[in-house]
Design a protein around this ligand. Structure first.
Ligand code: NOJ
Length: 438
């Protein structure tokens, strides 16, 4: 095998989240999350996540598929209401589900990476005020403790929260995600509670971990791409990406306080106050980045419009792989922490062909394009820990339901049947060669 700039320990893998794949919403002592309560009008085609991929019952088969695809790691999240179905009550059956999953992954040579919160807030926490109430901080700490005590003898990699900006903006301001609120005035409070909960979780992971662990968080992120690679253009793109114009779900709002202990003021309000900084900026071991598209074309303060016919995914997001390199570079330059790509992938309208297979050449091409750019960052010496493709299998894309398919594995949502897509075999080859041919 030729040499690769990706380290030998590079964690090639794929990701998913509890609400998006598990189903079994009333099984094994679980109580509903805010996503189970979404109405027919709130999710496209009136679909629900009650069954999703039925991973709760088919997890062994799913781990076998991961092994077949050559994955070396798997990023998944824990359903809080499966583990703590009501206040003060731990559900051993819920913990056993995750513990068995971890055992199965390890037995198949797949490193488990755990996200503690990926948006499926338990209804009982929501009723106590959810993210709007500071009472979530001790609740999240306790939940973290329970999970860490159960799994950290085997799980080394931990992420506290998935995409804080995204679930707060979509769920509480724009009303597009559960709990479907339009409460712009609560932004400051939501941000503060979320950051304090993250900090409490980081401390709990370190306190209760049964072995040395790596702790991080996964951000929804992006970057402006310089028009050309002159120092002036690069500086302009860096400034736009990291200091201005990156908006609520952008970089600075979340990263400056949590990664650098810097309070941020925007929209005439403080996202975070000086007095909270020492608590919020808990030292982390890595930064997780979910990277899909470039900021140039997103509606976040940019006047640029993509040329007609610019390639887009099935959700309308522009495909421009250069964001992978620039995003990683700008974030690394500012915060100097190792980076894990915790998500990246292509939504498409994949279908089963007459030959019974799922041919997805666009996804295979997408993976190579984006990984090529990640390799550029690796070549330049930026410490990269892994790449988790979104997603391991087609799943519930929140308010978009099941139409946009992101998986390496196709899922028939009526029968539950799985089919490994063509792109997964290409990805397998990349994994086997450690990216040497990218
Ligand atoms: C971000 C989220 O973390 C994940 O849940 C979602 O499905 C993907 N990106 C695609 O939108």
């Amino acid at each position: 095998m030729r040499d690769s700039s990706f380290s030998k320990a590079f964690l090639w893998g794929a990701a998913a989240a509890s609400a998006q794949i598990e189903g079994g919403w009333k099984d094994g002592g679980r109580t509903p999350s805010i996503w189970d309560m979404a109405t027919k009008k709130q999710v496209k085609h009136g679909e629900t996540c009650h069954t999703a991929c039925d991973h709760f019952h088919r997890w062994k088969e799913d781990v076998a598929l991961m092994k077949e695809m050559g994955l070396k790691s798997y990023r998944f999240s824990i359903s809080w209401s499966r583990v703590i179905p009501e206040e003060g009550k731990v559900n051993p059956e819920g913990l056993k589900f995750y513990s068995d999953l971890v055992d199965e992954l390890i037995a198949n040579g797949i490193e488990p990476l755990v996200t503690i919160f990926h948006w499926d807030l338990p209804m009982w926490v929501y009723k106590k005020g959810g993210w709007l109430s500071e009472s979530i901080v001790p609740l999240f700490r306790e939940y973290t403790k329970v999970v860490v005590e159960a799994l950290s003898d085997r799980v080394k990699w931990w992420m506290t929260i998935n995409e804080p900006g995204c679930f707060i903006m979509n769920g509480y301001m724009q009303g597009a995600h559960a709990p479907f609120k339009h409460d712009y005035l609560a932004l400051s409070k939501l941000t503060r509670n979320c950051m304090l909960a993250h900090a409490a979780s980081v401390k709990a992971i370190r306190q209760y971990a049964k072995q040395p662990v790596k702790v991080g968080i996964a951000f929804s992120t992006g970057a402006w791409i310089p028009e050309n690679e002159t120092p002036a253009e690069i500086e302009k793109a860096r400034r736009l990406s990291m200091e201005e114009g990156s908006g609520l779900i952008g970089n600075r709002w979340w990263m400056d306080p949590m990664l650098a202990g810097k309070p941020v003021r925007a929209y005439g309000i403080y996202a975070s106050h000086e007095k909270d900084m020492a608590e919020i900026a808990q030292p982390l071991d890595f930064i997780g980045l979910n990277i899909y598209t470039s900021y140039n074309y997103a509606d976040w303060g940019s006047n640029q419009r993509p040329a007609p016919g610019t390639p887009r995914n099935a959700l309308g997001w522009v495909i421009d792989e250069r964001c992978m390199y620039w995003n990683v570079r700008f974030v690394y330059e500012r915060y100097k922490l190792p980076i894990m790509i915790t998500e990246n992938g292509l939504a498409a309208h994949d279908m089963v062909s007459l030959d019974g297979k799922v041919h997805d050449p666009k996804r295979a091409d997408f993976i190579k394009r984006y990984l090529g750019q990640l390799k550029r960052a690796a070549n330049e010496g930026i410490p990269l820990l892994g790449y988790q493709h979104w997603s391991v299998m087609d799943n519930f894309e929140w308010a978009e339901g099941y139409d946009p398919r992101f998986g390496l594995v196709y899922v028939d949502f009526t029968t539950g049947k799985r089919i490994i897509k063509d792109s997964a075999w290409d990805y397998k080859h990349i994994i086997e060669t450690n990216g040497a041919e990218l």
